[in-house]
Design a protein around this ligand. Structure first.
Ligand code: S3P
Length: 186
C-alpha cells in the first residue's frame, strides 16, 4: 500500500462526530504515516481550546488560522491529516486538499446526534437543537464533502478497525484511476 501511495497525504473530511481523529490515528499507524489533526494544531498555535477561539476572535478568524495550518501541514508527505468539519467551506483549502487523497467519513444525523449529545467542545453546536443544527450544517456542506475522492459511510456498529479495512480496500482502485486520469492528460 505504501508503494502505491508513494507518500501521498490522506485527508479525512466530514462532519463533527464522524471519528476523523480516531480513524486517522489508526490509519496512520497502519500505513506507517505521521498523523496530524488540524484542530490540535490550531490549539497549539493559538494556545487556546477551539471553543475559546470562537468566542475570543470569532469564526472568521478561526477559519483563517485553519487555512494557514492546512497549508503548512499539506507541505508534508506521508501524513494522515484529520481536518475540522468546516475545512471544506473555503475554496482556497481545496487547493491543498487536492494534493492528497481525500476521504469523506459520512454518517447519518441520527448517529451524529447520539455521539455528540454530551459534547461541550464544539462551539457550532452549543445552545441549539442538536439534530436540527446538524441537519442544516450537513445540508449546507454535503455537496462539498461529496467532492472528496472516497466516501466511507459509517454505520452505528462499525468499529474504527472495520472502517480502516474498508478504507484500505478502497484506496487502490482510487489511486489507480487517478493515475489513469493523470496519464490521459499528459
Ligand atoms: C467545526 C468542526 C470542529 C472544529 C470547529 C468547527 C465545524 O472540528 O474545527 O469546532 O465547522 O464543523 P471536528 O470536525 O474535528 O469536530
Amino acid at each position: 500500500m505504501q508503494e502505491l501511495l508513494g507518500g501521498t497525504n490522506i485527508f479525512l473530511i466530514g462532519m463533527m462526530g464522524t471519528g476523523k481523529t480516531t480513524v486517522g490515528k489508526l490509519l496512520a499507524q497502519e500505513l506507517g504515516y505521521r498523523f496530524f489533526d488540524t484542530d490540535v494544531l490550531i490549539e497549539q498555535v493559538t494556545q487556546q481550546p477551539i471553543e475559546k477561539i470562537f468566542t475570543s476572535i470569532g469564526e472568521e478568524n478561526f477559519r483563517q488560522i485553519e487555512s494557514q495550518v492546512l497549508m503548512e501541514v499539506a507541505a508534508c508527505t506521508k501524513s494522515v491529516i484529520a481536518t475540522g468539519g468546516g475545512i471544506i467551506l473555503r475554496s482556497q483549502n481545496w487547493s491543498h486538499l487536492r494534493h492528497g487523497l481525500i476521504i469523506w467519513l459520512d454518517a447519518s444525523v441520527e448517529l451524529l446526534t447520539a455521539r455528540l449529545a454530551n459534547d461541550y467542545t464544539r462551539p457550532l453546536l452549543q445552545k441549539t437543537d442538536l439534530t436540527s443544527r446538524l441537519n442544516s450544517l450537513l445540508e449546507q456542506r454535503r455537496s462539498l464533502y461529496a467532492q472528496g475522492d472516497l466516501r466511507i459511510f459509517i454505520n452505528e456498529n462499525d468499529t474504527p478497525e472495520m472502517l480502516i479495512s474498508r478504507i484500505l480496500a478502497k484506496i487502490p482502485s482510487k489511486v489507480i484511476s487517478s493515475l489513469e486520469v493523470y496519464q490521459n492528460k499528459n
